[in-house]
Design a protein around this ligand. Structure first.
Ligand code: P1T
Length: 377
């Protein structure tokens, strides 16, 4: 079956008690049991909820995974996945990830005995050097937030497996519509459903998708044991969001390409980061691994002052954190999403004070261009 058919139907069975075509929001904390140890498969809503189960089936199917788990946020999903490693284990983390992912490692997990090193995973020889005897996991984002570096998922999976390490890919920027990491050998896919999967800037959530039964059992155990679950209402919203994922991603991609090309030719813009541009250093890899380039574009304005003029000068685009909604959002990574990354690391990665990131929405593209043009001018 095609992607849209799966998106609309997987997990979306008509409700068995009423025939409701849209999966209802089962807003309940518990379930009546018929007798001791006799129930309908639902005991307590942290453990099981039918709305959440429907979403878990849906996104797992979209990622080509057997198992899926929905969480209260992308960070909760990532943290739960990190419960697959133990004190004394070493993790290789891509050197450019969402600032919150770096912060989780750098400020929280280190105090629980998880060792980690940063590596530029877009350079396989560089990754190779980062392995240690106790490396159990390699965590990558591709394309990265916000400088859009692309990592070869097949190459990373092959080398990591040869070292006995699992590969986790944060697929938030592409969504399963444009990139399915499991097809390249990645073991576990994580998402912030807050972004493209929900797509309407009205829910915070996260997801873990995987095929290994033993790891899935542990993720499910931790999901229930710690309890950072996605609520019924949010599960409903994301389930509604994924039904239109294909059409939204096509529209984001179409507008993203136009905006990236416009910025690349704009005299006030020094550099554009977008894998869809032929000038992007990993354009060919992106074409092989992704079926589109999406709507995330970053660009260098040259200084904090210039960045401020653009960020405060836009009228249609909204200045704010987050991405992946139908409306265009514009942000300043250095002071917003990546403020927790040390300044010298930010500089090395290109997350300068002059860098601006835009999540290109699905408005009429002429209006987005006109807004950016007046702000740049
Ligand atoms: O915000 P939350 O749902 O917890 O997701 C965290 C997260 C994980 N992975 C990636 C690639 C992300 O971009 C994010 C969140 N990012 C933003 C809020 C942002 O504006 O970049």
């Amino acid at each position: 079956m095609g992607f849209s058919t799966v998106a609309i139907h997987a997990g979306n069975e008509p409700d068995p008690s009423t025939g409701a075509v849209s999966v209802p929001i089962y807003q309940t904390s518990t379930y009546a049991q018929d007798g001791l140890g006799r129930h309908k498969g639902y005991e307590y809503a942290r453990t099981q909820n039918p709305t959440r189960s429907a979403l878990e089936k849906n996104i797992a199917a979209l990622e080509g995974a057997k198992f899926g788990f929905a969480f209260a946020s992308g960070m909760a999903a990532i943290d739960t996945t990190l419960k697959l490693v133990k004190s004394g284990d070493h993790v290789i983390l891509g050197d450019n990830t969402y600032g919150g992912t770096f912060r989780l490692f750098n400020r929280i997990l280190v105090d629980y005995g998880i060792e980690f090193d940063l590596a530029d995973t877009s350079d396989i020889s560089n990754l190779e050097k980062a392995f240690k005897p106790n490396t159990k996991m390699v965590f990558v984002e591709t394309p990265t937030n916000p400088v859009m570096t692309v990592t070869d998922l097949k190459a990373v999976s092959d080398i990591s497996h040869a070292h006995g390490a699992k590969v986790i890919c944060d697929n938030t920027f592409m969504s399963p519509y444009f990139q399915r990491p499991i097809e390249f050998g990645v073991d576990i896919v994580v998402h912030s459903t807050t972004k493209y999967l929900n797509g309407h800037s009205d829910s915070v959530g996260g997801f873990v998708a995987l095929n290994d039964e033993k790891d899935a059992e542990w993720i499910g155990f931790v999901q229930n044991g710690i309890g950072a679950i996605l609520s019924p209402m949010d599960s409903f919203l994301v389930l509604r969001g994924t039904k239109t994922l294909a059409v939204r991603m096509e529209a984001h991609d179409k507008n993203g390409r136009v905006v990236a090309n416009f910025l690349a030719e704009h005299p006030r813009v020094e550099k554009v980061y977008y894998p869809g541009l032929v000038s992007h250093p990993q354009h060919e890899l992106a074409k092989r691994q992704q079926s589109g380039f999406g709507g995330m574009v970053s660009f260098e304005t040259g200084s904090l002052d210039n960045a401020r003029k653009v960020l405060e000068g836009v009228k249609l685009c909204t200045l704010g954190e987050s991405l992946g909604g139908v409306e265009s959002l514009i942000s300043h990574p250095a002071s917003m999403t990546h403020a927790s990354v040390p300044a010298e690391t930010r500089d090395k990665l290109g997350i300068t004070d002059g860098l601006v990131r835009i999540s290109v929405g699905i408005e009429d593209v002429e209006d987005i261009l006109a807004d950016l043009d007046q702000a740049l001018s």
